[in-house]
Design a protein around this ligand. Structure first.
Ligand code: FES
Length: 283
């Protein structure tokens, strides 16, 4: 059981500003339903000040609490003030979050960042039309087996720096049944990296994206492997490339590859996220 502050519990039980703003001036998204957590934030902005903010989220109590307090933090603030808010500010306002739940504050930060970026970008009408067209395109179902849209795949790539079809399948399930959509998924990956001007082999992750990706790899790849033999992993903290974890038991991957438990975790994170990651085991 996580140790939550009174403020987290209060905002989870009585979330503020839940809902949608029609004719919002800026909308931002983070996470994806396929990954288990998703947040959409709506902003009304007048004369450079956020006059209203609402959110819709799908996720755990910490995600609801982070989104709720974030809306309270930004209403009445100028755009410049809002741009300075970080995920740490969100967690601090909540009286702290368990390390394993910090990704919820990151998701709030990412959705806000996305909304502000869209607000900055939406000043040119041609851009708006182009973006609307692009969004319509991305609502198309790519994987009919699992009903996964291009938008979900696009967000998964963007947030987690995914590079391969196999990674997309791990994060969104798309491509995990008949496999007919794998060509389309590859096209989306190619388009994303061409658009972003990033090297496909070395996408640059922001610190927030990196934390989200480490969380996802631990939850979806490492933890299930350890649990096969009754093992367990708890993420304690992430400090740059240092990932602090508590480990228990053993894992099939370790037996097969003759790796120690810590080495198995480190190798998996290095392969999936960053080759410079160092895993530190804590008591
Ligand atoms: S269409 Fe995607 S797995 Fe079948």
């Amino acid at each position: 059981m996580w140790d939550y502050s009174d403020k987290v519990i209060d905002h989870y039980r009585n979330p503020r500003n839940v809902g949608k703003i029609d004719n919002a001036d800026a909308i931002g998204e983070a996470g994806s339903l396929a990954c288990g957590d998703s947040l959409k934030i709506y902003l009304k902005i007048k004369d450079g000040i956020v006059t209203d903010a609402k959110f819709q989220t799908f996720g755990c109590g910490s995600a609801v609490a982070s989104s709720s307090i974030l809306t309270e933090m930004i209403i009445g603030k100028t755009i410049d003030e809002v741009k300075k808010i970080t995920n740490k500010d969100i967690a601090d306002q909540l009286g702290g979050l368990p390390p394993e739940k910090m990704h919820c504050s990151v998701m709030g930060y990412e959705a806000l960042e996305d909304a502000l970026k869209n607000y900055d970008d939406y000043t040119d009408l041609d851009d708006i039309r182009n973006e609307e067209e692009a969004n319509k395109q991305r609502e198309k179902i790519v994987c009919t087996c699992f009903g996964i849209t291009e938008n979900v795949i696009w967000d998964a790539i963007k947030i987690n720096g995914l590079k391969t079809v196999e990674e997309i399948t791990n994060y969104t399930k798309a491509g995990g049944a008949c496999g007919k959509c794998k060509g389309l998924i590859q096209d989306i990956i190619n388009t994303y990296y061409k658009k972003e001007g990033q090297e496909k082999t070395e996408p640059t992750l922001t610190p927030a994206q990196k934390i989200l990706k480490i969380n996802n790899v631990i939850e979806k790849q490492i933890s299930p492997e350890l649990m096969k033999d009754g093992g367990d992993i708890t993420l304690v903290d992430i400090d740059g490339n240092k990932v602090l974890v508590k480990l228990r038991g053993k894992c099939s991957g370790c037996k097969n590859s003759h790796l120690t438990l810590k080495a198995f975790v480190e190798k998996t994170l290095r392969d999936a996220v960053d080759e410079n990651i160092e895993v530190v085991e804590v008591e």
